[in-house]
Write a protein of this length. Structure first.
Length: 118
C-alpha cells in the first residue's frame, strides 16, 4: 500500500516546522510536503498531486479559500482540509474538514485519515 501524500500550506514557516515536528510519527505512513505559499502549493500539485491538501485560509497573495477551490477544480481526487486560526471568516470554503489552530496531532491525523476514507 502506498503512503498517503499530504501537502501542508501555510505562509508562516514556524507553523510548517511545527506541523513537521508534530506529525513526525506519521512519516512512515505519509509522504509529507510543505509549501510556504499557495502558488508553491499549486506548482507542487502540478508535478505530484497530493491525496490531501491541508491549508491555512489567510495568506498574502492567493487566499487559502481560492487555493482550495482551484485544487477542487483541477485535482478533484485530492481531499481538502482547512487548518486556520481564522475559521468562519472566509465563507463558502468547501473542504472535507475545517480545523482551528492550534490543533492537536490526534485531531489532525484523524481528519486526514477520514478524508482519505471518504
Amino acid at each position: 500500500m502506498r503512503p498517503i501524500s499530504v501537502l501542508f500550506v501555510d505562509d508562516e514557516p514556524q507553523v510548517l516546522e511545527g506541523l513537521r515536528d508534530l506529525l513526525r510519527p506519521q512519516r512512515m505512513r505519509w509522504e509529507m510536503r510543505f509549501a510556504d505559499t499557495p502558488e508553491a502549493a499549486l506548482r507542487a500539485m502540478e508535478h505530484h498531486p497530493a491525496d490531501v491538501v491541508v491549508s491555512d485560509l489567510r495568506m498574502p497573495g492567493l487566499k487559502g479559500a481560492t487555493l482550495l477551490a482551484l485544487i477542487e477544480a483541477w485535482h478533484p481526487a485530492s481531499k481538502r482540509i482547512v487548518l486556520s486560526g481564522h475559521v468562519g471568516t472566509d465563507g463558502g470554503v468547501r473542504a472535507h474538514a475545517i480545523l482551528t489552530k492550534p490543533c492537536d496531532a490526534g485531531t489532525l491525523v484523524r481528519a486526514i485519515e477520514q478524508a482519505c476514507e471518504a
